[in-house]
Design a protein around this ligand. Structure first.
Ligand SMILES: [Zn+2]
Length: 58
């Protein structure tokens, strides 16, 4: 019996943006997206500091 190829969705690459000055909170599977949005947010609100939290599942 042949196994059907299944699309593997990995959940171990996930990042969450958290801002220490507002309640911004979003999740990304792509570092570049997370990083881009973090930069955009910090560019828009110069006194906000956005952290990118690595949500790797153990
Ligand atoms: Zn903010």
């Amino acid at each position: 019996m042949k196994l059907k190829p299944t699309r593997v969705v990995t959940h171990n690459m996930a990042y969450r943006l958290q801002c220490d000055s507002c309640d911004l909170e979003s999740e990304y599977t792509d570092w570049a997206d997370a990083n881009g949005d973090a930069s955009d947010h910090e560019a828009e609100y110069a006194d906000h500091w956005v952290s990118i939290v690595d949500l790797q599942e153990a």
